[in-house]
Design a binder for this molecule. Sequence first.
Ligand code: CA
Ligand code: CA
Ligand code: CA
Ligand code: CA
Length: 451
Amino acid sequence: MKAKHRLVLFIAFLFTVFSLQALTQQTGPDQERIRRSTDRGRPEYAPHPETGMEAGANSGYAADHILVKFNPLLTTQHVDSIVRAYGSRTSQMIPVVGLYRVGIPEGSTVVEMLEVWSQNYFVEYAKPDYIARIAVTPNDLFFSDQYALSNTGQILIPGSPGGTPNADISAATAWEETKGDEDILIAVIDTGVDLLHPDLVNKIASSGKDFVNGDDDATDDHWHGTAVAGIAAAESNNGIGIAGVAWNCMILPVKVMDENGDGFYADVIEGIIWAVDNGAHVINLSIGGSIDDPDLEAAVVYAYQNGAVVVASSGNDGSSVSYPAAYDGYVLAVASTDMDDMRPPSSNFGPEVDVAAPGELIRTTYPTWDTPAGFYPYILASGTSFATPHVTGMAALIMSIKPWMEVSDLMKVIRYTADDVNADEYPGPDDYIGYGRINLDTALVPIPIKK
Ligand SMILES: [Ca+2]
Ligand SMILES: [Ca+2]
Ligand SMILES: [Ca+2]
Ligand SMILES: [Ca+2]
């Protein structure tokens, strides 16, 4: 019998930390965000005074005015005369909170005016008028751990430093645009999925297909596929566990890897073809092998030609991109970044890498059957395997609102809207993170045309 190639699964047991039951429940991020007022025209943006970040994301503030809180004993007339003395104009007070919008005189900056106003005897405080975007904050218990979706610099492991705010895929604002369509099907071709997991049970389209054991029950007897599925499409805003990238899209579990995380190429090939034939719109392959196989390539070409987006992990051995991620024109090859938008050295590299996504210390679902009593069935997992389903979820969201889009165009949208987060060292597309770390907000939220 001809020897079959064994796939090496890049599951990266770099970190696998159980969620302690004692995890503190934090309030959701972005508490300060407010609805952007739409009746005042598009505001001018300025860099954030503390981070220096350009506005347009969630970080800027109005450049033409500041907000000033005066001593409440002052009358409106007093306020107006003080404001005029500074060469400014003021608009009416915002009731209840008693804030005034105070204009920035010609030739002055917000930072200068904040300094001047803060020193005024009659002023309690002066602050920038921050720009808010409509953002969706799901109520899932561990959403506060999900820096990949919304990075506020949160601390994941007590005693470890937090990450860099906004080193995330900007999911919260993108969700206002779409939370995904339940008709969009995500095939997770992996070790199977825990079909009974409380954060997945309502998101699983069917019990799937098991090519390892030859049955119609793709239950996960490892854990890797369950972790991957949760990142892409866990049930979201249900108060428990995590939020998935694609809230409403459904999961099609396909088991091709065994309980040790190994699988045959033939099963992977069959799994891809089965997923396409069973309606998968997006195919997640957080698996890879070092051997180039024309039939594996033919399987991803089949997916591509039948309108399914194939997303695959580049691998975690710090070397060249593994297969099938390396089938360049047909697959989105995904590298990993961390909570500071830095690529870990283990993330494989080469010209085939298309984009990166957060893959280090990702809070996600873990099989219930392997969770000890007194623990939540969630882990922190690391590696390109867990970067990949962020891109998969993104592809499903794009397909939800643009179902007519060609696969090749959808792949371009994902590439071209990425943030070139290593531009200081490697400007433009590079072998390490491709076009950059994906950005759902840029890809999904329409941008008005400036006059
Ligand atoms: Ca089975
Ligand atoms: Ca959830
Ligand atoms: Ca590629
Ligand atoms: Ca770059």
